[in-house]
Write a protein that binds this ligand. Structure first.
Ligand code: SF4
Length: 389
């Protein structure tokens, strides 16, 4: 299993090159372009995590997917495509999905030099990953646990029937062993933690566990208040600040820490939030990713063909791959009032505005179109990233 062949063809992922970040297109071209397409390839999953962003759509038995060739024809029309993400459910639970949808999409991406990410809970036998994982640039997992007991509670919270603790423990151990084995084999494993009142106090330990598993990147996001997680308590902004600061003070410097959908902005009236923004842009091996959803990415459901902006299920599908070109759907979204409200842009602060769900959860009183960054992270003359007040 060698990832080196593909890495020689593509610029390796690093804190200075994250092709999922819409920042590059927006800052270089002055507009958003569709560079990223996410496919929901299954609605089956062996878990029912309490934080699942698609939990309500999971099923016991699913229908027939649209032919992958029709998806690929739509991708062919996207000249600006840089990344493809594959998500579920658990994408590799059903071998038929791997064979008929995932492998052709990965092969297509390889042929175009497009980066790929696959989201998995990594709890299936290692052999189920081995014959295709070398075609994946990022293997994305969730990690919100201190131990197997936490995993058992979180993964089966919404299962609808009792699952023995030893079943949960076995799956947790397999996930850890798989992450270790795949990382050792050179796979880029990126582990995501969702900050919630439960996970925030333990972020230091979770980060150490992620580093020990050999993961190259630790992604940190707020718990998204959608779907299964709609009723869950959100972390306060003060707790969020303290958690981010604690992680920065105690992180493993060799693990890339990526903050996504961050609820702090350089236009904040709070000095501590502006300072935090600056610190995040000064630290080595730490990045803040601008929100891809609706800025460079659309999601396609391979069963219905519906196209949506991920995580924002309140907006009805914006189109359907059976009749619409993806670039046309994306253009339609950019004209949507919700997109217009949240697509502010402050170049010198390296900020392209908030994630819609995060803005609604924490900043419902703010009009982002009327705000302006009060700090800068770029020295324009040098063209460098350099944090300053
Ligand atoms: S881009 Fe928007 S959120 Fe970011 S600093 Fe400017 S006004 Fe604030």
């Amino acid at each position: 299993m060698s990832p080196t062949a593909k890495e020689t063809k593509k610029r390796p992922l690093s804190p200075s090159w994250d092709p999922w970040d819409p920042w590059y297109t927006r800052s270089q071209k002055g507009r958003y372009e569709l560079t990223s397409v996410e496919f929901t390839v299954t609605q089956l999953c062996n878990l029912r995590c309490e934080h699942c962003a698609v939990g309500e759509t999971l099923v016991e038995k699913e229908g027939v997917a649209l032919p992958v060739e029709s998806m690929i024809r739509r991708l062919d029309e996207v000249e600006t495509l840089h990344t493809i993400s594959i998500t579920g459910g658990e994408p590799i639970l059903n071998p038929r999905v791997v064979k008929e949808t995932i492998r052709p999409l990965l092969r297509y991406a390889q042929s175009r030099g497009v980066y790929t990410q696959l989201n998995t809970n990594l709890t299936l036998p290692l052999s189920r990953y081995e014959d295709w994982v070398e075609d994946v640039d990022v293997l994305h997992i969730s990690y919100n646990y201190r131990d197997a007991k936490d995993f058992h509670r979180i993964a089966f919270e919404k299962y609808g029937k009792d699952v023995p603790l030893k079943t949960g423990e076995a799956l947790y151990e397999r996930m850890v062993e798989n992450a270790q084995a795949l990382s050792k084999a050179g796979v880029f494993v990126s582990a995501e933690s969702l900050l919630s009142p439960f996970t925030a106090p333990h972020i230091g330990q979770m980060h150490r566990d992620i580093a020990e598993m050999g993961c190259r990147r630790h992604e940190v996001h707020p718990l998204y208040p959608s779907d299964f997680a709609q009723g869950m308590e959100m972390i306060s902004l003060q707790q969020y600040r303290e958690t981010v600061t604690h992680l920065l003070d105690n992180r493993d410097p060799d693990v890339w820490v990526l903050f996504g959908t961050l609820p702090f902005y350089p236009c904040s009236d709070q000095e501590e939030d502006r300072d935090l923004w600056l610190r995040l842009h000064r630290e080595e091996n730490v990045t803040v990713r601008q929100d891809p959803d609706g800025r460079n990415r659309l999601n396609v459901n391979v069963f219905t063909g519906d196209v949506i902006v991920t995580d924002f299920g309140d907006v009805p599908p914006l189109g359907n791959v059976k009749r619409d070109r993806l670039v046309d759907v994306f253009a339609r979204w950019l004209d949507h009032p919700l997109a217009e409200q949240h697509h502010c842009f402050c170049e010198q602060a390296r900020c392209a505005g908030p994630n819609i769900l995060v803005s609604q959860a924490y900043y419902s009183q703010w009009n982002f179109q009327k705000r302006q960054a009060q700090v800068a992270v770029f020295n324009k003359k040098a063209g460098d990233q350099q944090a300053s007040e």
